[in-house]
Structure formats: C-alpha cells, structure tokens
Design a protein around this ligand. Structure first.
Ligand code: TNX
Length: 530
C-alpha cells in the first residue's frame, strides 16, 4: 500500500471509530416503526433478501465513505450522493473528514470476499447506524447503489426526531446477475435522437441495472456517426430520416461524450454499422459502394431489404476498414456490431464472403463481432456473437458453431411492437407485445436447443420507424424495458408476474419524477399516490 493511501485509510478509520464511540454519548434513542425489506419494490428482484425489520434513518447527519484504495469507488459514492440530492433534496458529504455531527454512515467497501461471485455481485447490509456495500469492483458497488436508491422513500417521516428523516428498512441483500449481457438497443438511424436524449435513456437503464446500450448508427434512411476519412457519410446522409425530417448525426466528440456518460453508469456502448444490406444512406453518399445496380436515391420510407454493398469490390472493404478503425478507436467496449440482417438483394455467396471478410476486419481492431442471427450462415468463428431476433434455425446454427447468443426475440423483446391494437405508436409484424407477454418468459428455456452456457444474455431493441422524439420513445420503451431488465438480472425462480406487477406499479413515482412518458398499461394497477 502506498504511504498516502495508508495515511488516508488510517484517517478514515479514525473518523469511523470516533463516530461510533461518540454515538453512545450523544445519540438519542430513536423509535422506528416496523419495516420489511423483503416487501420493498426492488426491480430487478435481488437474489436474496433477509429483513431485520428496523430502520436506518437517512438524514443530514449521514455521510458516505468509500474505500480509499479506489478512486472509482469514490466516484460511485459521489454518484449516490448526487442521486440522493436529486431525489429528496438532502446533501450527503462523501469522504468528508470535517463533519462534526455524523451519526450514521454509508460505507462503500471494496471487498475480496469469495461470496461475491461476479464483478457485478454485491452485498448490501442495512443496520440502524450503518449501511455497508461490499463488492469486488466499482461496477458491483454501482449496481448496489441502484438497489439502495430504490428503497429510499420519497417522503420523510417527521415523527421520529426533530428534523427530516427518511427511513430505509434494515436487513441484508446479497445479489448477483443471472446474465452478464443485459441490454437495450436504440435505432438512431430511422429517426435521430440527440446526445441528451441518449443520456436520459442511459439514466433510466442504469436505474434498472441494464449494462449494455447498442446504438444502431446506420441504415437505409440515415448515417449517424462522423467518419473523418469518409466525410460525405454525415455531410450527405446525416440529414435524412424516415418521413423526411431533418435527421442529425453525432460528431466523434458527441459519440465520445455518450460513451463517457455511459461508462459513468457502468454501461457499455455497442456501435452498430449495419451491412451489407440496410446501406442505402452510405451508398447515396458514396455511390461506388453500391451493389444493387440501381442509381442510389435518398430513401425516407420504411421498407427493408432493397440495398446492398458490392461484396466484390476492394474499395468496399477499404471503406469498411476505415469505418471500423475510426469507430473502434473511440469505443472502449469489447464489441462491434456489423448488422448483417435482411440482406435480401445480396447473393448468398457474396453475403458469406462479405461476412467472412468483415469478421477479420473487426478482429483486426481488437473487437468481438456481433451480428443479427443471419450471420451464422457464413463461416463465422466461435468468438463472434449472434443476436437472435427472428429465425430459430439461424440461432441453432450459431449455437452449433459454438457462438454465444444474445436473445432478442421480436415477439417478446421488440420495444417497437405495439402493446395492443389501441397503441398509438409501433409496428405489429411480430404481433402485439403487451407488458405481461414481454415479461412472462424464460430466456434460459426459450430454445431448448441452445446450450445454456452459450446464452450471453438478452437485449430489447427499439426500432424507431414510428417514433420521432423522446416522449414517443419512452411510450414504447416503458414500462416493458423494466421487465426485460429483470429477465436479464434475476433467475427464473425469483420471478413471478403477480409479484412483479406490484413492484412495477410502484415505479410510477420514479417514472413521474424522471418525467418519463410511460404507457399506462391497464394490466398494472399504477400506484400514483406517493
Ligand atoms: C426488422 S430486427 C429489422 C429492422 C426493422 C425492424 C422493425 C432486424 C434485425 N431488422 O430493420 O427496423 O424489423 O421492427
């Protein structure tokens, strides 16, 4: 341990000791009403909850301390403090050594305990005087902080003491994710969404422990990310979208700011450049890439499957190399998504040659390739990942090749499917997806042909043909994405629709506070009173 760290740790210990010694003298005995941690409305449902039926009084005499050996843990502490301030307007200092009136602490501790099985696992101990979070990594601490945020009540109890106090039920939570990949996808190509819109979506996803955000950055209707070596992509095709709106695109600086914001929320950004089909916008900017023999024209409709790159041209692969190189350089996450879906006008042998070549380019830039389930038709290696959306046979083939699989079955996870016939937005080609249908299924049992160990996790995609702004995005994503978050985190034995319904009903106050235009499904008895 470095000298300064040792000094800091000693100092912190002294502060904690002096708080607990001082306690006996000055602290009045407080009488708390009975609580039950096991009945709290936590989503996703934690692995284990033991309630001890008393309360931790969160108030102005509370401070947060974090493991002094890790700057990242301090960041998590600061995040918690910021969110408590936003929620109940209470200021909680982080790692302060000057606070005289400290009575209770929240300690975020880096721990090597073997019971913490994954980097996202955590323990959350809530006692009357202290809340302790144990986790191996800051990521685990961050997930624990989301659980804690969800059990801080909106209203203070003013009958306990002479100042405001928010009662957090006591007990112990031990928790671990079922799947390492728990994602959502946003199609910013059919309609463009601003950096601020994406950041708001990240805020909401993080609250429910989602850890992957896949951005669909190119399609027939628009190209959304600046590529410095091919500037016309955004100069020409950044300004078009479905319905003829003004479109938009991210500069590389914008994209970096999304990536950094996501990282602060322990969310990995996965960039997708869809090819060889879904490429009309790229072809309009650079007609040399064209493979369908027609003169490229801007497209703002909703059809799919009419465009393709020319899989026989060297220039096409030079182009793809530049695009993947530039995007990979500003993407710290391990994945690059190459699309690969609905390439109906690409000859089968060209499609296979194309995929084989592109997989090598992705790997050259040290990324793992993800593609929609069709990619399993090519000679893809087991390091690449197939995203199941429609065709079971493709996903079974991917499984046979030893590829990992991300589950996004349209009938369950497509956030752009209408809830029911009265839905204002959305499509219905995969059927209606009401809130219970989106929740009531088991990712591990979805296809019995898949090896359990090949299922990386699940992702809920939001295609944007029918939505144009944040309010309509939220209408389709919420509340269904909250259920998908639980499907990714909690094991089947912990999930049950009747219990989930109650916990979901109680998300209304958070969604309202965050100004989320959720779809008020009649299946849920929304608790709008608190
Ligand atoms: C199919 S899902 C598509 C998208 C559309 C979506 C609309 C997939 C890989 N391709 O291009 O936007 O349906 O639901």
């Amino acid at each position: 341990m470095k000298k300064t760290t040792l000094l800091k740790t000693t100092l912190l210990l002294l502060v904690i000791i002096s708080i607990s010694c001082g306690e006996k003298k000055k602290k009045p005995i407080l009488h708390f009403p009975e609580t039950n941690l096991a009945n709290e409305n936590i989503i996703p449902k934690p692995s284990k909850i033991i309630a001890t039926n008393s309360a931790f009084g969160l108030d102005s005499n509370t401070v947060i301390y974090t493991s002094q050996t890790s700057k990242e843990f301090e960041e998590v502490g600061l995040f918690l403090s910021e969110k408590i301030k936003e929620h109940i307007n209470l200021t909680i200092p982080v790692n302060s050594t000057t606070n005289e009136t400290v009575e209770r602490i929240i300690y975020i501790n880096k721990s090597d305990s073997i019971s913490l099985t994954t980097k996202e696992s955590y323990e959350l101990y809530i006692a009357k005087d202290s809340i302790i979070i144990n986790s191996k990594s800051a990521e685990g601490a961050f997930r624990a902080v989301q659980t804690l945020r969800q059990i801080i009540p909106n209203k203070s109890n003013d009958t306990i003491t002479n100042h405001k106090m928010w009662l957090v039920p006591t007990g112990k939570i031990t928790d671990s994710p079922n799947f390492e990949y728990r994602g959502s996808m946003l199609d910013v190509s059919r309609h463009f969404f601003s950096v601020d819109d994406v950041k708001k979506y990240i805020d909401l996803l993080a609250y429910y422990k989602i850890n992957m955000l896949h951005l669909h950055l190119s399609d027939d209707q628009g190209w959304r990310i600046e590529i410095k070596s091919w500037p016309k992509l955004t100069q020409v095709s950044g300004n078009t979208e479905v319905g003829g709106g003004k479109g938009g695109f991210y500069t590389q600086e914008d994209y970096k700011s999304i990536v950094a914001y996501a990282a602060k929320h322990f969310i990995t950004i996965i960039p997708e450049i869809d090819m060889p089909g879904h490429t009309n916008a790229a072809v309009v900017a650079y007609p040399i890439l064209n493979g369908n023999g027609k003169t490229p024209k801007t497209y703002t409709g909703m059809r799919v499957g009419f465009s393709t790159f020319d899989a026989q041209k060297d220039t096409v692969y030079k182009f793809i190399d530049d695009v993947i190189r530039e995007i990979s350089a500003i993407t710290p996450g391990p994945y690059f998504h190459i699309g690969g879906d609905e390439s109906f006008v690409t000859k089968k042998k060209d499609y296979i040659y194309f995929l084989n070549t592109v997989e090598k380019i992705v790997q050259k830039y040290n990324k793992q390739m993800i593609g929609w389930d069709e990619i399993s038709q090519a000679n893809i290696g087991s390091q690449s990942i197939a995203q199941h959306w429609r065709d079971k046979e493709h996903s079974v083939e991917a499984n046979e090749k030893g590829m990992k699989i991300i589950l996004s079955p349209a009938k369950k996870t497509y956030l752009d499917m209408k809830y029911d016939k009265s839905s204002t937005y959305g499509l219905d080609w995969a059927g209606y997806v009401p809130v219970d249908v989106a929740y009531n299924w088991s990712p591990s049992l979805y296809f019995e042909e898949l090896n359990k160990t090949n299922i990386l996790g699940l992702e809920a995609p939001l295609w944007s043909e029918t939505i144009t702004n944040m309010a309509t995005l939220e209408y389709l994503a919420f509340p269904r994405i909250i259920g998908h978050a639980e499907l990714g985190w909690s094991v089947d034995e912990k999930r049950n629709w009747d219990n989930y319904k109650i916990r979901l009903a109680n998300q209304a106050s958070y969604l309202k506070r965050m100004n989320v235009n959720y779809y008020p499904s009649q299946l849920i008895d929304w608790n709008i009173s608190n």
